[in-house]
Write a protein that binds this ligand. Structure first.
Ligand code: CTP
Ligand code: MG
Length: 241
């Protein structure tokens, strides 16, 4: 089966506050988006990648990925739009969105069988996690998300911050990326999607389709704040990678 990955990297990184878009912030000398894409390719199960970047960084991204099986496109105003534009390029709907390499390998209409969607902001995601998500899709699941149990107690609060209940955390999971989909399932989810979502599997759930979980990995954490970047730097330094 052909496996493609979409990497939304077009956010501005307001919460990180680094002064440049988060995906282009360097982690021990290597931009976060490069680590995320190379991690996908290192799994050995991903054939091609489409990366959605801010328009101002398109040329820089093309240079970073020269010679790699990567197509760079310009993203949109929210994550959902960025992923949708990449999906259109990958699956042949709107080729005018493509700016480099026009269309990944293969004739029009002959798209990938499996599509992963992976945040650029998860630079330390282990290759083994990528492989396990793909394996779960290839085993017959239409939508697969890596998920971890919650460590903290979770409470519901009112707008003033007053607690009104404690949630049973044993039934809750924090989900990560890469999320994996049979290509037709993801295409249908995006065709039906209206509002912007923080998570691609949420759009599949909205179709009434089954989404299954595989065990997540702490190293697939998302770099959101300066604290997260500091943790990522310590991990990279510890491992000399
Ligand atoms: N993303 C994107 N296009 C957007 C917004 C987000 O491709 N218009 C991507 C980000 O680059 C990131 C992923 O979606 O890899 C997850 O988003 P998030 O962690 O929220 O990143 P940012 O939107 O960049 O950060 P912030 O919300 O703090 O501004
Ligand atoms: Mg954001």
């Amino acid at each position: 089966m052909t496996v493609a990955a979409i990497v939304p990297a077009a956010g501005s990184g307001v919460r990180l506050g680094a002064g440049v878009p988060k995906a282009f912030v360097e982690l021990a000398g290597v931009p976060i988006v490069v680590r995320a894409v190379e991690g996908l390719l290192a799994s050995g199960v991903v054939d091609q990648v489409v990366v959605a970047v801010p328009e101002s960084l398109r040329d820089e991204a093309c240079a970073l990925f020269a010679g790699r099986p990567v197509t760079v496109i310009v993203g949109g105003q929210d994550r959902t739009t960025s992923v949708r534009k990449a999906l259109d390029v990958l699956c042949g709907a709107l080729p005018h969105h493509a700016h480099v390499g026009e269309r990944p390998d293969g004739p029009p209409g002959d798209g990938p069988h499996v599509v992963l969607v992976h945040d650029a902001a998860r630079p330390l995601t282990p290759a083994a996690l990528v492989a396990s998500v793909v394996a779960a899709v290839e085993a017959g699941n239409g939508a697969v998300v890596p998920a971890l149990p919650l460590a903290d107690t979770v409470k519901q609060v009112d707008p003033a911050g007053v607690v009104y209940s404690t949630v049973d955390r044993s039934v809750l999971r924090a989900v990560q990326t890469p999320q994996g989909f049979r290509r037709d399932v993801l295409e249908r989810a995006y065709a039906a999607a209206g509002e912007s979502a923080t998570d691609d599997a949420g759009l599949v759930e909205a179709l009434g389709e089954v989404v299954v979980t595989v065990p997540g990995d702490a190293r697939a954490f998302k770099v959101t704040t300066a604290w997260d970047l500091r943790i990522a730097e310590l991990l990279v330094r510890e491992e000399g990678s």
